[in-house]
Design a protein around this ligand. Structure first.
Ligand SMILES: Nc1nc2c(ncn2[C@@H]2O[C@H](COP(=O)(O)OP(=O)(O)OP(=O)(O)O)[C@@H](O)[C@H]2O)c(=O)[nH]1
Ligand SMILES: [Mg+2]
Length: 444
């Protein structure tokens, strides 16, 4: 039997035709005509798809020497990240192997991916780890697709989500730091042709000019951001009178941090069931039972393998957490990766030098999980179970906050705030109670 097969966009038509059994010289097949008809249907189909398409279509790929389960979980998390970047995930591949320095994955797997990408009209390949410039070049040459890695995807989400001027500058800084080591000689070879006479300094290649420009922009951004951070610190110092204890909410992205802030302070910070809804810190005033007031802040969430450039760019935001008197580590109890997420957050807190601050682990979303899981979390992490969607679950948490703040030397701070303190030699010691009210304050 002779069969002809071809790949075509998903038109519903069969892509295999079995020819009637006949002697080879009698085959009635006009190849040229077939090619033309396939091509024209592909063109209309493709044009229809790309123009009428809001979201790009992607395949997620997770490779590594890790257990199959870990790879699958990575795919789940990457799919959520992709959704946050308005990308439609149509397929995923995992491969349990050491990363290949040239291509990241094996050539057999790559073939499968190419076929799937053609069948499903894919625009993007997204890898769940960072790729070297060589890997990106090789992969995009082989597949004719745009290839992006984990960091680039997260940077894209941050770029979409950044609203404040400061947030935008931080994202730009992270993007430039990511790009700097990745400007390749290959692009230079091209841009050199277009670079006009006089457009470069003596003996300087376009590559060097590009790098120099990026470095200049990076140092400018860093200066601007430092200035912004300084003026915020100063503003805080001015508000020293207002020495309320500061409680900061931290946790894995999508754990429910903003929802908790909202319900505790009756605010309306943006929340969404997608990673990185919050980038900018928000502070609110909260009155605990027994008339004590605290300032509570919500900030950007953490994620495993947090890109270093992003961590650097957001370091000033995160370092403000140092001023907290208490951290509330909000945990999504309903996530199958809850243990890994808790460990990731604890690790980042250590890295940011925040592990000396008292911390309460808060097991959120208990409305979604079985009592066994709640028991396990309370036992292993001494977590306080709550549901940020149900106000009636909050009193034990509020009581723990009150107790913890009281047990700390903070009880003295309460008297400071009542005006019994005077600026003395301890003025410069690290302040443990700098209250920050960057945004409108809504007492409960
Ligand atoms: N069922 C249930 N859903 C919750 C609970 N708390 C939060 N959510 C939902 O979880 C999703 C994420 O909540 P957010 O408050 O945006 O989470 P976040 O930690 O601020 O996330 P990022 O700012 O993106 O890092 C939202 O869809 C919330 O409605 C809860 O206790 N129960
Ligand atoms: Mg949030």
């Amino acid at each position: 039997t002779i069969a002809i097969g071809h790949l075509q966009p998903d038109t519903g038509a069969s892509s295999h035709i079995a020819l009637p059994l006949t002697a080879i010289e009698n085959i009635d097949l006009n190849c040229l005509e077939l090619f033309h008809s396939l091509e024209s249907s592909a063109v209309t189909e493709f044009a229809h798809k790309t123009t009428g398409r809001e979201n790009q279509r992607a395949i997620i790929i997770s490779v590594g020497p890790n257990a199959a389960r870990t790879l699958d979980q990575s795919v789940t998390e990457m799919t959520e990240l992709a959704e946050a970047a308005k990308i439609t995930v149509v397929d995923s591949f995992t491969q349990q192997r050491k990363l290949n320095p040239h291509m990241a994955i094996g050539s057999g797997k790559l073939k499968e991916i190419i076929i799937s990408s053609m069948e499903q009209d894919v625009d993007l390949l997204i890898f769940d780890h960072d790729l070297s410039p060589t890997q990106v070049n090789n992969l995009s040459r082989q597949t004719d697709l745009k290839v992006i890695d984990r960091t680039l995807l997260i940077l894209d989400i941050f770029a979409r989500r950044a609203l404040s001027r400061e947030g935008k500058l931080k994202v730009e800084l992270a993007q430039l730091k990511y790009r700097l080591p990745r400007i390749s000689d290959k692009t230079t070879a091209l841009s050199r042709l277009t670079g006009g006479i006089g457009s470069r300094g003596p003996g300087e290649t376009t590559l060097e000019i590009d790098r120099r420009r990026i470095r200049e922009r990076i140092s400018k951004l860093e200066k601007k951001l430092q200035k912004m951070a300084r003026s915020r610190t100063n503003a805080r110092k001015k508000r020293k009178r207002n020495q309320l204890p500061l409680v900061s909410i931290v946790g894995y992205t999508n754990a429910g941090k903003s929802t908790l802030l909202n319900i505790m302070t009756r605010s309306k910070v943006f929340t969404e069931n997608l990673p990185f809804a919050t980038l900018d810190p928000t502070s609110r005033r909260l009155r605990l039972p027994q008339e004590q007031e605290i300032i509570i802040t919500d900030t950007v969430g953490f994620i495993k393998k947090l890109p270093k450039d992003l961590l650097d760019a957001f370091r000033t935001t995160l370092e403000e957490l140092r001023e907290a008197d208490l951290l509330l580590h909000v945990v999504d109890s309903s996530n199958s990766e809850v243990k890994e997420q808790i460990e990731t957050v604890e690790e980042i807190l250590r890295e940011l030098d925040l592990d000396h601050i008292p911390i309460l682990t808060v097991a959120n979303k208990i409305d979604l999980v079985s009592p066994e899981i709640v028991r396990w979390l309370t036992k292993h992490y001494r977590a306080i179970p709550i549901s940020a969607r149900r106000a009636e679950t909050l009193p034990p948490l509020l009581e723990s906050i009150r107790k913890t703040l009281r047990f700390k030397p903070l009880s003295q701070n309460f008297s400071h705030s009542q005006g019994h303190s005077h600026p003395g030699p301890d003025q410069d010691k690290p302040e443990s109670q700098k209250a920050d009210q960057q945004k409108s304050v809504s007492p409960i």
